[in-house]
Every structure is written in structure tokens, then in C-alpha cells.
Design a protein around this ligand. Structure first.
Ligand code: FEO
Length: 169
């Protein structure tokens, strides 16, 4: 059974994951209308993944005697200045999500809720991977600089990362 404090904290995280899904969906649209098919595919897949992160929390809350609250979300940015800005935003967003997960883990220890603590370990591992992936992509973009043909190749290459990044259901 979840305490009210843990239930509220998990519901906050549900919102964070739902907003993450919206942010990446917006990035997918930005990339798609500009013809960056690879980046768009990557962002659509990433958006789906965030929805999966959200659903996993929703089911956990409901199964543990709580009530998952589906709330209004903050609107994501619609425009991004460049590829670099998109992936810089993605990286910073993942750092923010990691902090949010860490805070949540901290609350479970304070509340001595070891079941939720155990459940959250999956998210802790996932955040290590997500931050590493975002950092890796940013490094590549920094290498490309302003080279247009480099961006064409990057847009093609990023499709490979979609398969690698898709977690098992
Ligand atoms: Fe669900 Fe990308 O953190």
C-alpha cells in the first residue's frame, strides 16, 4: 500500500514522463516538417518510450492501492533553432528527469517504502542510459559543426540508434 506522500510523488513523476513524451513529439514534428526524416523517426520513437515510462508508473500506482492521476500538461516548445539546440534541450531534459527520479528515490527511503524503492531502480538504470545516449549524440553534433553534408549523414545514421535505444516491452 502506498503512503499518500509516495502516491503524490509518483503522480508528479507520471506528469514528468508525460511531458517528456510531449517534448519529444514536438521535436519529431519540428524535424519532420524540415525534412530530417531520421531525427523525426528517432524523436517519435523516443516519445513512445516516454509514454511507456509513464504507463509503467500509472500501472504501479494503481496496483499498489493508489490512484494514478492523469493531469493537464505544460505545452512543449514548438520551435527549435537548430539540430544542436534540439539535442542540447533533449540532454538537459534528461538531466532534469534524472534529478526528478533521484528525488523520488530519496523520498522512498525516507518513507521506508522498499517496494517502491525497488520498482524505481529500473528508472535509475534507464536514466543512466538515456543521459549517455543524449551526450553521445551531442558529441557527434559538435563534431559535425556547420557541415551540411555531415548533417545529411547524421540524419541517416541516427536511425540506427532507434533500434538500439528501444527497450524490451
Ligand atoms: Fe523517461 Fe527520458 O526519461
Amino acid at each position: 500500500m502506498l503512503s499518500k506522500k509516495i502516491e503524490a510523488a509518483l503522480n508528479e513523476q507520471i506528469k514528468v514522463e508525460a511531458e517528456s513524451s510531449q517534448v519529444y513529439l514536438s521535436m519529431a514534428c519540428w524535424a519532420e516538417v524540415q525534412g530530417f526524416e531520421g531525427v523525426a523517426q528517432f524523436m517519435y520513437a523516443h516519445s513512445d518510450e516516454e509514454r511507456m515510462h509513464m504507463l509503467k508508473l500509472v500501472k504501479f500506482v494503481n496496483e499498489r492501492g493508489g490512484h494514478a492521476k492523469i493531469s493537464q500538461l505544460d505545452a512543449p516548445p514548438l520551435e527549435f533553432g537548430s539540430f544542436k539546440e534540439v539535442f542540447q534541450t533533449l540532454f538537459e531534459h534528461e538531466v532534469f528527469v534524472s534529478k526528478s527520479i533521484n528525488d523520488l528515490v530519496h523520498i522512498t527511503l525516507e518513507e521506508r517504502d522498499y517496494a517502491t524503492h525497488n520498482f524505481l531502480q529500473w528508472y535509475v538504470s534507464e536514466q543512466i542510459e538515456e543521459e549517455a545516449l543524449a551526450r553521445n549524440i551531442l558529441d557527434k553534433i559538435n563534431l559535425i559543426g556547420d557541415d551540411k553534408s555531415g548533417f545529411y549523414l547524421f540524419d541517416n545514421d541516427i536511425k540506427q540508434l532507434i533500434v538500439a535505444d528501444t527497450p524490451p516491452a
